[in-house]
Design a protein around this ligand. Structure first.
Ligand SMILES: C[S@@+](CC[C@H](N)C(=O)[O-])C[C@H]1O[C@@H](n2cnc3c(N)ncnc32)[C@H](O)[C@@H]1O
Length: 321
């Protein structure tokens, strides 16, 4: 796993959907989890695998805030996570939360049979399921239950992000950034209106500017929606509007930052799309579980009011012998 999740969680997001589920999950996903939480009884011990900044633990705390049921939720994540959303939550503290970063699902630092429930949302599928599933079973009590919502290869999220990923792979994007770097050098130091007049008659600058416009038109023909969603236009606007009078050095630093952001975005989307589960991968997961003595395994699609697929919901209980 790369460090991009650590960078993402550092920004203080509560969910992995950034501004879409800003406060926490809502709608069908919240309802699905509320049904699961309603099965918890007092003294519950829950583990959330790949917790991020603790969206599910916070949902649990919220769910029980007006009920006299106590419990404990531990959350683990491979990334270096941020405790800010947790410390700023004003919920009733009858549910105690503890989050651990730098903790992969493949090696859970808990004794056997520690939890009565293990949960995960858009998380466990990023791990190596052949190793993490036996780990989940190890830390579950006999008769304990695992519930997960995982990425579905045909969900709205995956379809949207696959399209964005294909767009970000067009070589024209790298070429635009390269031309902006050339322009930063060719424009030289810019301090006032005289410099604006000067660069208008700079043949090299004009050539780069025309090529950038052509490349952007081409990218818009490929996929106009992704061009605006990808942030590429915003970076270019920032360079020409806010950054016009920056020093050459600052312009170049900004363009290094832009290249890094685009590359991290590509990595994040590549991992996301790779983690999504097709029907065939669900079958292999069923096989992994069968080999670990899990006989009853339930799986269904989570669909919203308009018929869009949001993910898979799957659950099983640890067999008690
Ligand atoms: C899409 S986010 C979901 C986070 C959280 N469950 C939520 O709903 O907001 C996926 C998370 O999986 C974590 N992750 C990836 N591989 C992992 C692994 N092998 N073990 C534990 N966490 C992992 C990432 O660090 C990231 O925080």
């Amino acid at each position: 796993m790369t460090t991009h999740w650590s960078e993402y969680w550092k920004l203080g997001h509560v969910t992995s959907f950034g501004t879409d589920y800003k406060e926490n999950y809502t709608g069908q996903l919240k309802d699905l989890w509320s049904d699961i939480f309603s099965q918890f009884s007092t003294g519950f011990k829950v583990l959330d695998v790949a917790t991020g900044n603790g969206a599910l633990p916070l949902l649990i705390q919220d769910y029980f805030s007006k009920l006299s049921i106590d419990g404990e939720v531990k959350g683990v994540d491979y990334a270096d996570i941020n405790m800010a959303p947790l410390t700023s939550s004003h919920h009733n503290k009858n549910v105690v939360i503890e989050l651990l970063g730098n903790t992969p699902a493949e090696s859970l630092p808990f004794p056997d049979c520690e939890f009565d429930t293990v949960i995960s949302q858009f998380g466990i599928e990023y791990s190596d399921l052949i190793i993490s599933m036996p780990e989940v079973l190890r830390v579950l009590k006999d008769g304990g239950i695992f519930h997960a919502v995982i990425h579905h290869q045909k969900s709205v999220v995956i379809c949207y992000n696959s399209k964005l990923l294909s767009f970000l792979q067009h070589p024209e994007i790298e070429r635009v950034v390269f031309l902006l770097k050339m322009m930063a050098h060719d424009m030289g130091e810019m301090t006032d209106r005289q410099d604006l007049i000067r660069i208008k008659s700079c043949a090299k600058c004009e050539k780069s500017r025309i090529e950038i416009n052509d490349l952007l038109s081409k990218l818009a023909v490929y996929d106009e929606e992704s061009l605006s969603e990808s942030g590429v236009l915003k970076y270019i606007n920032d360079f020409f509007i806010n950054g016009l009078f920056w020093s050459v050095e600052k312009k170049l630093e900004y363009l290094v930052f832009v290249s890094e952001q685009i590359s991290v975005y590509r990595q994040r989307l590549t991992e996301l799309v790779a983690a999504s589960m097709s029907v065939e991968r669900i079958d292999s997961l069923r096989e992994v579980l069968r080999q670990n003595a899990v006989i009853t395994f339930s799986v269904e699609e989570v669909v919203n009011n308009t018929g869009d697929i949001l993910g898979w919901y799957f659950s099983f209980s640890k067999h008690s012998f």
